[in-house]
Design a protein around this ligand. Structure first.
Ligand SMILES: C[S@@+](CC[C@H](N)C(=O)[O-])C[C@H]1O[C@@H](n2cnc3c(N)ncnc32)[C@H](O)[C@@H]1O
Length: 406
């Protein structure tokens, strides 16, 4: 039996009875549910967490060391170990946890050459933009490459994103960031002014515009879009811009359009003191979406707009990195809406295991489910709409985005 710190995974409780999607990340001791992940390889990017404030993403180079003010470790001691373990820094014996970074972690650590779009907004861009696997995507401006790298990841295996910016300096940094995200092959990033240059694109599935005057680009880029299913997103921080964006969509025959912004409120979760934190993210930018026809009817029929809102689904996709190259276990009830939505979204669900737990909601039965299931090497476990008090409290108890013990 491995020590508890070696068990690793991601639990998500995705239920309509909670005010928000709760993501429980990342390493936990769960008896007897044991999850292992691929050991860390030489040259891989790793996420080192000392405490809430001190976190680093570094390359595990076997000939180098990681140094901080609290001590150092040799990367060679980390290589071959499972993510989720803690290591002692020499000479001060402070513990550092080592994880495999998700793209959402990477966003907060990468070097920037511009204002960026944050994961929550990217989650909804993904869903409202209908940026599914194999999508062809056009973007301007690239900025720091944040949206580029993430959309590229979600459009795998055969999708591609073409991204343009007018600034060489932005492109230089964006290319490095995209390479760090492992998305170089899925992107074409180039110098170009979307307001002036004509391209030969056709049947693009999604166009993403994040520049100061996106409305000016609409008449030129609309011809690149798939005339039936194509979608566009115009991201702008002010309402003055939003008005112009909507006018441009109306004048250019977009039948369906929608504008909203997302606000993010964090929660303090403590025994008898669970409440919102005083500070919140009140404004990032307005997202205006346009399409030539109404939203996907099949998704609507499943109830996509009520129980599993696109925003929640976007959050789930981004923060759990719900991509087809990751192994996902979903504990669900009665072929749930989530199962139907994911099947429709991904088409190919070979890497997703749906385990029906309709009659297995308490902890013991859950353990049985776990025993009957080969759980080795799952990257994500998702508790879909199964609010089981023991299971949930156990999950909360083992939750650690928190740093390792002192
Ligand atoms: C806010 S940044 C984009 C950030 C990006 N979405 C991210 O999250 O990393 C806006 C970018 O648009 C670029 N830009 C401005 N006008 C443009 C144009 N006409 N064509 C292409 N890019 C443009 C700017 O140089 C800038 O890098």
């Amino acid at each position: 039996m491995r020590s508890s710190s070696e068990r690793f995974g991601l639990i998500i409780n995705f239920t309509d009875s909670l005010p928000a999607l709760i993501l429980l990340q990342k390493f936990f001791a769960f008896q007897p549910f044991e999850i292992t992940m691929q050991p860390i390889r030489a040259g891989e990017r790793i996420y080192l967490i000392l405490d809430h404030h001190r976190k680093w993403i570094r390359t595990a180079n076997p000939t180098q060391q990681f140094h901080s003010d609290k001590g150092f470790i040799d990367f060679k001691d980390v290589i071959g170990k499972h993510p989720g373990q803690t290591f002692l820094l020499s000479p001060y014996h402070r513990k550092v946890a080592i994880l495999r970074p998700l793209l959402s972690d990477f966003i907060f650590h990468m070097k920037r050459q511009s204002q960026i779009i944050y994961p929550e907004d990217i989650g909804s861009i993904l869903i409202y933009g209908n940026a599914r696997p194999n999508s062809q995507i056009l973007e301007a401006g690239t900025g720091s490459g944040t949206v580029t790298g993430i959309l590229a990841n979600f459009s795998q295996p055969d999708g591609h994103i073409y991204s343009f910016d007018i600034r060489e300096s932005a492109l230089k940094q964006a290319k490095k960031n995209i390479e760090h995200m492992g998305m170089k092959e899925h992107t074409t990033v180039d110098l170009g002014n979307i307001l002036e240059k004509d391209y030969n694109f056709e049947n693009i599935n999604f166009i993403m515009l994040d520049l100061a005057t996106p409305w000016l680009a609409v008449p030129r880029v609309k011809k690149y879009l798939d005339p039936v299913k194509g979608r566009i997103c115009l991201f702008s921080p002010t309402l003055e811009q939003v008005k112009k964006n909507i006018n441009a969509l109306i004048q250019n025959q977009f039948q369906w359009y929608k504008t909203f912004e997302l606000m993010k409120r964090f929660y303090q979760v403590k025994q008898n003191a669970t409440r919102p934190l005083g500070r919140m993210v009140g404004h990032t930018g307005y997202m205006t979406y346009g399409a030539f026809s109404s939203v996907d009817k099949k998704l609507q029929e499943i109830g996509f707009d009520d129980l599993y809102s696109p925003e929640n689904l976007g959050n789930l996709f981004i923060y759990a990195q719900f991509t087809l190259d990751r192994k996902i276990l979903i504990l669900t009830k009665d072929r749930s809406q989530l199962q139907q939505i994911l099947t429709l979204w991904f088409q190919n669900t070979n890497n997703i295991t749906f385990q029906d737990i309709s009659n297995n909601e308490d902890m013991e039965d859950f353990s049985e489910v776990a025993e009957n299931q080969d759980t080795s090497e799952f990257d994500i476990i998702c508790l879909d709409n199964c609010f089981s008090e023991p299971l949930f409290s156990k999950s909360i108890g083992i939750l650690t985005q928190t740093p390792p013990e002192e």
